[in-house]
Design a protein. Structure first.
Length: 279
């Protein structure tokens, strides 16, 4: 049997083109969905209230946010408190994400960073009877330089303070390191033996600790200015999969922000509500 091929012309050709485009788009979307149908493994600080709160099970903004992401995600975000050598595990592909800020990372260009989950504002914590209340960072430095010795400011071991670190390096301020926020506050309250004249810490952390333990804020005040503000973010390896995971995570975060769900989670840990209360 013989036959001839009839050329597709006019409207028929346009319809076929539309069908082919629709089919191509469907295949792309199917491939994307298949790509994301897996588990993403991550880690977060073992105790960085209110973002992560040591408990059984773990509580905080991050665990609650991950559960909210999983309700709409095509794959599962699974995370636990920081494992040892977490940066190495991220580089080796054994972890898919961490939590950090690009402003705290000296090699930030080696990673992909999500849009902000929330902003962390560092403030100074001072004794109510401090010699000077300080209304700006410049005023703090001027006061320190006028003293016989630089002002002693407590900070956490290995923490980065972008606005203060250059001042520590230039000996305009003296840094004293501690392993916990509570120990920094105790040293500040013990004026005679603590040797600390101010504490730098995240305002959210201080507010949460003060709300849960009112005695730790006794006779202490926060500075009226922010020492530094930085976004708290997902941190992904700078790989093809890391870029895809960053873009996909940003989409989910935008959905949480638009719906108000992320704000509700953050407000839950402002100290005004009981974190054990079910949403």
């Amino acid at each position: 049997m013989t036959g001839t091929l009839t050329p597709i012309v006019g409207g028929n050709q346009e319809r076929v083109t539309r069908v082919l485009r629709a089919l191509f788009l469907w295949l792309v979307l199917l491939g994307t969905a298949t790509c994301y149908a897996h588990e993403l493994k991550g880690a977060y600080p073992d105790h960085f209230p209110p973002f992560s709160i040591a408990a059984e099970p773990m509580q905080g903004i991050i665990p609650d946010m991950l559960r909210a992401l999983n309700r709409t995600s095509d794959h599962a975000y699974v995370a636990a408190p920081y494992a040892r050598q977490s940066i190495k595990l991220l580089a080796e592909g054994q972890l898919d994400f961490l939590f950090d800020s690009q402003n705290w990372c000296k090699d930030e260009d080696n990673y992909y960073w999500s849009q902000p989950i929330a902003y962390i504002h560092d403030v100074l914590i001072l004794r109510e009877d401090a010699d000077h209340p300080f209304s700006s960072l410049e005023e703090l430095v001027a006061f320190s330089q006028a003293k016989e010795r630089p002002l002693v400011v407590a900070g956490r071991y290995e923490y980065v303070y972008p606005s203060l670190d250059p001042l520590f390096a230039q000996a305009q301020l003296t840094r004293k390191n501690f392993y916990s926020d509570l120990n920094m506050i105790k040293a500040l309250q013990d004026a005679e033996h603590g040797g600390v004249e101010a504490v730098v810490m995240a305002e959210r952390v201080f507010d949460y600790l003060a709300a849960k333990n009112p005695h730790i804020a006794k006779n202490l005040v926060k500075s009226s200015f922010k020492v530094h503000s930085t976004p708290y973010q997902f941190r992904f390896p700078r790989t093809d999969s890391g870029k895809i995971n960053m873009m996909y995570t940003n989409r989910l975060l935008s959905q949480l922000q638009t719906s108000g769900s992320l704000e509700d989670i953050i407000d839950k840990y402002s100290g005004a509500e009981d974190p054990d209360k079910k949403p």
